[in-house]
Every structure is written in structure tokens, then in C-alpha cells.
Write a protein that binds this ligand. Structure first.
Ligand code: SAM
Ligand code: TMP
Ligand code: ZN
Length: 404
């Protein structure tokens, strides 16, 4: 397979084997066979974009029953509200501004914009979460964003001051269509702002579970600036974000339209020095991940052999990679606790561990809990302080396998 950005040659560096759709939680007794694909990652020799080697058809992932809701984390709610308020006082402070969000999900960001009475549109193909956004007063269209969608929105609403996407752009393999759509829809001096998991953080923390069907690309400043240049855009700002295990918020503008902030050159230089897209660094990452997989399965099996009870915490999309790659099933984890209504009462994809609401976690507490939602560690450990107070211990596997 060739690079989805530039058709260059891809060099594979990690293979996680057969994996299910990460958000396809199984109804117990459902006779339908699960869909599996080969989850492997490579780096492009030409443009350095790190990407999956096999593409899952988008309708299999994003549909009426897509279960993920942005508002499930209070930290993320705060994160998006802060961003919305910032946009309202900067890029959206002119005359009759217009903002479009790709993958607006349940409207957690746009509800602030809607409340401020500012023109906006969420583009969200997953019908169930789009309905949640609409119920909050957010204007939303149930579509995949692509070149045709952009042309339609432009014709109906005019050009946008800001196009924003969080944890969505890296989900979309068809980048030519997206960036030509952004070109059609964005004002001459508008900005395209998107935030996604940062390759440098994934490599530094060995957070291999950021790799799953929905995460097609693993961006860094270098690969994003080359991708942008292909469509007449330039990377004009970057900002590191602590959320979701380490992300970068990238700002693109038309080439020459804005002066790039010094942070861009600094990040490009830092990436070059660390060599994060060099095959040797990525091979090292893959070797570390294999070691962590072996240590995690040995720890869980050892604890179970001693009669300890272990629950999982957070039926994240990421956890599909961990559970299936490490061969962790209901023999090791009794169940996984999760607050998302659409996941409860179902089984984790591929590994078939029951998902129950957080009340089951406390009744009674297990001896150990595998923190599958490690990116929300602070929020969850504070909320579940009673677990450690009663002698329980958290098991983490990022950046390495440890018990706290
Ligand atoms: N932006 C939210 C956040 O950060 O919490 C939701 C992120 S969720 C992981 C990814 C979202 O992107 C899903 O709601 C999915 O339906 C949406 N999506 C996938 N492909 C898309 C496309 N081509 N255009 C717009 N949204 C898309
Ligand atoms: P995410 O890592 O993709 O944001 O998914 C987080 C998952 O963890 C989501 O299914 C909701 C769940 N969760 C809990 O069960 N309890 C919590 O306190 C938090 C923050 C998330
Ligand atoms: Zn390439």
C-alpha cells in the first residue's frame, strides 16, 4: 500500500494483528460475525506521515449507533468550553462570523458558540450523537465532511472564518478531499484548526493503544506542514495540549496569509532532533511495546493465579488494541466499568468482556483495576479515591507496566 497523502513508499514498523472495530461493542447473543482487519502501522519514506496500512470503510465505524460522546469527561467538557470562548474573542469576534466544526459529536464545543448566538454548523455523520448536539440547540448536518459537503455548505452558508476539528482529522484517510473542501469553505484569511494525538508523545510514552481503526494518521508538525503545503496551506501555529495522553493543536492558514508563530519552527526543530519519524526510532517503539505487552499479560495472569480479582476501568476505543493484542479476556478481567450508556450491557469488541456501569465497580471493589482510560487518570483516580483507600491498586501500562 502507498502513502495516503503523497503516494510514497510505506515502511511498516508495528503489527497488532487482527483487530475488531474499536467502538463496535457486541450485544450478548448477537449471532452476527464481528468484522476484523489487520492493524499495522507504517511511515512514509517521502513525507514522513505515520499511518495505518489497512483502511476500515468509514460507515463501519461512524454510524447511527456510534457510542462515543465527548461530554463523558468533565475535563474534556472544560477543555472544549475554554477553546470555544477563546475562539469567540479572537477569530470569531468580527462582523457576523461563521464557524464549522468537523466531527462535532454531541456538541460539547459548539453549544458555547450556539449560546453566544454566533453562526455555526457541526458536520457529524454519526446520527445518534448528532441528535444529542441538535437537542442542545446546535445546528448540525448529518454528513461526512469531504469536498462535496464543503461545496454545499459554502453555497448555503457562505465562507467560514474558522474550521475546527478535534480528534477527527486523524480519523479521515481521504485527506485530499478534506483539504480541498477546506480550501472551498474557508475565507481567504480564515484558519483551519485541528487537534489530534501527537506522534512524539505516543513514541515517548509507548502509548501503543492510541493505534486503532479510527486513528488512521499519527500527526507531527513536520508531516502536517508537508501535507498542508500540498493544498496551498501553511502551518502557522502549534500548541501542545495535555488531553488524551498528549496532543497538538495545529493552525493552518493559506500560504503567506499569516506570519507563522515561533512555536512552529521550534517544534519542527525539536522533532528533527529527536528523529521521531526515523525508522530506527519507530522500530525501537515497536520493540518496547512488545515488551510491555508481555509484562502486562504476565502480571495479570500471575495476579489471577493468586486469586486476585481484576476489573477494567474505561471501555475506551483504545482498549480494543490492548485487550486484543495482549489476549486479555473475561478470564482475566471480570468486567470493564464505563459511564457511556451505549456501551453498558454489551461486550468489548473482539475480547468479549462485559461492560457495566461504574456502580458495579464499587460493589464490591476489586483487588486490582486495569486503567484502560489512562488518559483520564487524574479525573478517574479522584472520582474513585475510595478504591485505593479500601486497599485497591491501579494497574497501568503507559508509559510502562506499573501498579500504583
Ligand atoms: N470532536 C469530538 C471530541 O473530540 O470529543 C468527537 C471526536 S470522535 C473520536 C470522532 C468524530 O468524528 C465522531 O463523532 C465521528 O462521527 C466524526 N467523523 C468521522 N469522520 C468524519 C468526517 N469525514 N467528517 C466529519 N466528522 C467525522
Ligand atoms: P476516551 O479515552 O476515548 O475519551 O474514552 C473514555 C472512556 O472512558 C469513555 O467510554 C467514557 C469512559 N469514562 C468512564 O467510564 N469514567 C470516567 O470517569 C471517564 C472520564 C471516562
Ligand atoms: Zn507520504
Amino acid at each position: 500500500m502507498a502513502c495516503r497523502i503523497c503516494s510514497g513508499r510505506l515502511r511498516e514498523f508495528a503489527d497488532f494483528g487482527r483487530q475488531p472495530i474499536s467502538d463496535a461493542f457486541v450485544e450478548p447473543g448477537d449471532p452476527r460475525e464481528e468484522f476484523f482487519f489487520r492493524l499495522a502501522v507504517g511511515v512514509c519514506e517521502s513525507c514522513t506521515m505515520v499511518q495505518l496500512l489497512e483502511e476500515v470503510p468509514r460507515e463501519r465505524m461512524f454510524h447511527e449507533g456510534y457510542p462515543y460522546v465527548s461530554s463523558g469527561s468533565s475535563v474534556m467538557r472544560e477543555h472544549f468550553h475554554t477553546l470555544a470562548k477563546r475562539l469567540l474573542t479572537t477569530e470569531l469576534s468580527g462582523d457576523d462570523p461563521f464557524v464549522v466544526e468537523l466531527g462535532c459529536n454531541d456538541g460539547t464545543m459548539l453549544e458555547v458558540v450556539a449560546d453566544a448566538g454566533v453562526r455555526h454548523l457541526g458536520v457529524e455523520p454519526s446520527g445518534g450523537v448528532a441528535d444529542l448536539a441538535a437537542a442542545k440547540g446546535v445546528r448540525v448536518t448529518k454528513d461526512f465532511f469531504e469536498a462535496e459537503t464543503a461545496a454545499r455548505v459554502r453555497a448555503e452558508d457562505g465562507p467560514a472564518d474558522v474550521i475546527y476539528a478535534a480528534n477527527t482529522l486523524c480519523h479521515i484517510p481521504y485527506m485530499d478531499s478534506i483539504l480541498s473542501g477546506v480550501d472551498t469553505l474557508l475565507k481567504v484569511d480564515g484558519v483551519f484548526v485541528f487537534e489530534d494525538p501527537y506522534l512524539a508523545d505516543i513514541v515517548a510514552r509507548s502509548s501503543f493503544d492510541q493505534i486503532y481503526d479510527e486513528h488512521f494518521y499519527f500527526f507531527c508538525a513536520g508531516s502536517v506542514s508537508r501535507m498542508a503545503a500540498r493544498h496551498g496551506f501553511e502551518l502557522v501555529d502549534v500548541e501542545r495540549l495535555p488531553v488524551h495522553g498528549g496532543e497538538v493543536r495545529y493552525t493552518l492558514a493559506r500560504t503567506g496569509a499569516r506570519t507563522p508563530a515561533p512555536a512552529v519552527a521550534a517544534m519542527l526543530a525539536e522533532e528533527d532532533e529527536a528523529g521521531i519519524t526515523r525508522l530506527s526510532a519507530l522500530d525501537r517503539f515497536a520493540a518496547t511495546v512488545e515488551g510491555n505487552r508481555d509484562r502486562l499479560t504476565a502480571l495479570l495472569k500471575g495476579l489471577r493465579a493468586q486469586g486476585a480479582t481484576i476489573y477494567g476501568y474505561g471501555a475506551t476505543a483504545k482498549s480494543a488494541t490492548v485487550l486484543n493484542y495482549c489476549g486479555i479476556g473475561p478470564d482475566l478481567l471480570t468486567f470493564v466499568s464505563d459511564t457511556t450508556p451505549a456501551k453498558q450491557g454489551r461486550l468489548t469488541p473482539g475480547s468479549h468482556i462485559p461492560v457495566l456501569g461504574p456502580e458495579a465497580f464499587r460493589d464490591p471493589y476489586p483487588d486490582y483495576a486495569l486503567l484502560l482510560a489512562w488518559n483520564h487518570a487524574e479525573e478517574i483516580m479522584a472520582k474513585e479515591a475510595g478504591f485505593r483507600e479500601s486497599g485497591g491498586r491501579w494497574i497501568l501500562y503507559v508509559p510502562d507496566v506499573h501498579v500504583v
